[in-house]
Every structure is written in C-alpha cells, then in structure tokens.
Design a protein around this ligand. Structure first.
Ligand code: HEM
Length: 247
C-alpha cells in the first residue's frame, strides 16, 4: 500500500480538479487543511477505504447470490418479478424502479442481514459523566460495543436466522415487520455509521437485479461456501457457479 501511496503522490498534479482516485483526494484535502499526513497514515486510510468500500459490498453480494442461486424457488420468483419491468437488455430500469419491487427489496434486505459484512464489535467510549443505559450506570471512559452479527441472528427477532428467507421482509396480512426493520443495522447507526450506505445499496440492487434477470445458475459447483466471521466477513475462494443466459 505504501508503494501505491508513493505512486499517487508522484502522479498527483496541483490542479484541484484532478484528484479522482481516493488517495489523491486524501492528500489534496490534507494539504488544503494544512494537516500533515505521514505515509503510514495515508496507507492506513487507503486500506480502510478499500475494505470499507469494496469488500463489504462484495461479501453481501457473494453470500446473497449464493443463497439465491441455491434456492430455485427464490431465484425464479425474483426473476419473474424482474421480468415484469425489464423486457430487453438495453431497456435498463432506473434505481427507483428497482427499489420499488417488493420481492427484490426483500432479497436485498435479507442479503444484508444474512451476510452482515461488518460482523465484529464496533467499540465506543462512554462520554464524560458516564451513561445510564437500560437501568445500568456505565462509568465514563468505558469501552462499550455491540455486534451487528448477534443482532441479525437473534432468533426472537428473526425466526430461523440461519435460513436465507426473503419472505420474512414481506409485510403480508397480519405480519408486522417493523421490529425487524428497526433491528436491521448492517451499516450501524449514529454519527459514525457508514457514509457509503446509499452507494452500497445502489450497487447491491443493480448487481443483484442484473445477475438474476439475465443469468440463471445451471450448476452450483461448490455449494459448501465457506465464510469467515472476523471483524469483517470474508468468502475465501468465492462462489463457484456455472451460469447460462436466462430468458
Ligand atoms: C454492504 C456494504 C457496506 C456495509 C455493510 C458497511 C458497513 C459499515 C459500518 C458498520 C460502518 C461503521 C463502523 C463503526 O461504527 O465503527 C461503516 C463505516 C464506514 N463505511 Fe461502510 N459499509 C458498506 C459499504 C461502504 C461503501 C461502499 C463505502 C464507500 C464508498 C463505505 C465507506 C465507509 C466509511 C468511510 C466508513 C467510516 C465512517 C466514519 O468513521 O465516520 N462503506 N461501514
């Protein structure tokens, strides 16, 4: 990463409008605000941006797509819904049109719950004066944390949590999904929650819709997909599936 930082620094022009790559933007903003940034800091920020901006969405898509392609009932239902608004390949639907499809929306929510790309604890330090929380007093300066993964796999909120089940997000007669909605927090919340959540969800909607509309799995070559649950979730080896064109 430090080698990449050196290259970015060498190629960076002074022109304010010529800094599209993330590293150049970091260097430029630092200079503008008069903040000195060491090579190590720039490298750490670069690695952070790569993990935050690519691995997360990639894991959500890999785990979600595997679950959809392994269950023909889910895949064909999603395909049928997409077909109603997307007849020819060139006639690409807009993002709002995709977001309004109930079953696709349910699949995206289930992808985010089931994959929980940032699974680890997100630590915070209690403020001056401490904190009253749920009947407990927590002294100031205490590190507290919660884990998205534990929330998303709580069976009281999400029955059969280890089953990929988009149906759970469909508010059919008599079913109240508001508690689930409240507890779906893949991007965390509050002032340090994910700043990339809109672009991440847009990527997932578009990628999932395009894949399922135009490609169907003819053979899943490796159904035993291994995922590692660490701070972030990862899929070593990826998903091996043979795809053919869908009508
Ligand atoms: C499914 C995809 C994603 C998930 C699940 C996700 C999840 C998260 C979570 C849980 C945090 C909060 C960490 C904390 O509280 O300490 C976070 C922060 C962050 N995310 Fe994402 N993220 C995703 C995609 C993205 C994308 C696409 C970008 C950039 C384009 C991005 C950029 C960031 C940045 C810069 C932060 C740090 C914000 C701060 O510290 O103020 N994320 N993300």
């Amino acid at each position: 990463m430090t080698a990449r930082v050196s290259t970015a620094l060498r190629h960076m022009k002074d022109d304010e409008h010529d800094f599209t790559p993330v590293l150049q933007a970091q260097v430029h903003n630092g200079r503008r605000q008069g903040v000195a940034q060491s090579m190590a800091e720039l490298a750490a920020n670069g690695i952070g941006s790569i993990i935050a901006g690519t691995d997360t969405t990639g894991v959500a898509l890999a785990i979600g797509m595997r679950s959809i392609y392994l269950d023909e009932a889910i895949r064909s239902r999603l395909h049928a819904e997409l077909k109603t608004i997307w007849e020819t390949e060139s006639n690409h639907p807009t993002l709002p049109t995709l977001e309004n499809l109930p079953y696709l929306r349910a699949c995206v929510r289930e992808c985010l719950r089931f994959s929980s790309p940032i699974s680890g604890r997100l630590p915070r330090i209690t403020p001056q004066g401490g904190l009253d929380f749920a009947g407990y007093y927590i002294p100031e300066g205490t590190t507290v944390s919660s884990a998205v993964y534990l929330m998303h796999y709580d069976e009281e909120i999400f029955p059969e949590p280890f089953r990929f089940n988009p149906e759970r997000w469909l508010a059919s007669v008599g079913r109240d999904t508001s508690r689930q909605e409240q507890c779906l927090v893949p991007f965390s919340t509050g002032s340090r929650g994910c700043i990339g959540l809109n672009i991440a969800q847009a990527e997932i909607y578009i990628c999932l819709a395009t894949m399922v509309r135009w490609l169907k799995g003819s053979r899943v070559l490796d159904s035993d997909l291994k995922t590692l649950v660490q701070f972030t979730r990862s899929v070593p080896g990826g998903l091996k599936v043979e795809l053919v064109e869908a009508e």
